[in-house]
Design a protein around this ligand. Structure first.
Ligand code: HEM
Length: 201
């Protein structure tokens, strides 16, 4: 068991296999409401990638950005050369997959267009479409911030692409400001995400 747990990739593979076995056995169960099964499956995938994305967003904002100024210069490459590039890899792909799974989830609930138009597509007859719609747009804006601003500027700031010291400092500040913007949007976004089903069913 220790050998399995000592290997990150194998641990994730076994964890996914166990999760899929549970999901498939649930599908095979005679009492399962198959019409909501796919909604359940994409809700699980959406929340998993949402945790990975927002978890890394909170690592950057609660830990790395705040502690970086205190790290002695000769130790900073440990973060900029090793930790940050790896974290940014999972961060940006989890952001994209969270949005794709969220859109599919909205589609399985038959309100994707209504929600993305904030209820306008059905004449604002269904308050929950406006509610979850605002949450979905906050998540989409956060994902665009990741791919259009945070990642390109982090590549410059971390020296993944060549740039002089001034450009690196400027890019680092832009990346920090957009990451902090996502921090600010994340907590209201989770109000819409997590309260929708309880309030509107
Ligand atoms: C920013 C990261 C996001 C996180 C952490 C997140 C997380 C969550 C969570 C925890 C739920 C509630 C699950 C439940 O009640 O069972 C949820 C529901 C949902 N999310 Fe997200 N979400 C995010 C972004 C998005 C985006 C960008 C979209 C679509 C573009 C989206 C679409 C949905 C939909 C449609 C639901 C189902 C709401 C319902 O129960 O009717 N989410 N999300």
């Amino acid at each position: 068991m220790a050998a399995l747990l000592a290997n990150f990739r194998n641990t994730v593979i076994v964890s996914v296999i166990i999760a899929l076995l549970i999901a498939v056995s649930y599908y095979m169960h005679p009492g399962t409401a198959h019409e909501r099964y796919w909604e359940a499956l994409f809700r699980w995938l959406h929340v998993f990638f949402g945790i990975l994305w927002i978890g890394l967003l909170y690592y950057f904002n609660f830990v790395q950005i705040r502690k970086m100024p205190e790290i002695p210069a000769e130790l900073k490459p440990a973060i900029s050369k090793y930790i940050a590039p790896e974290a940014l890899f999972w961060f940006r792909w989890a952001a994209l997959i969270t949005v794709v799974m969220g859109l599919i989830l909205a589609w399985t609930r038959h309100y994707a267009v209504d929600a993305l138009t904030l209820g306008a597509a059905n004449g604002f007859q269904v308050p929950s479409d406006t509610f979850i719609g605002v949450g979905m747009w906050l998540g989409i804006i956060m994902m665009i911030n990741v791919w259009a601003f945070i990642w390109p500027n982090q590549k410059i700031a971390l020296g993944i692409v060549d740039a002089d010291a001034d450009a690196k400092a400027k890019a680092g500040r832009i990346a920090m400001l957009f990451s902090r913007t996502n921090m600010l949007l994340s907590i209201p976004m989770l109000v819409f995400m997590t309260m929708n089903q309880t309030m509107f069913g």
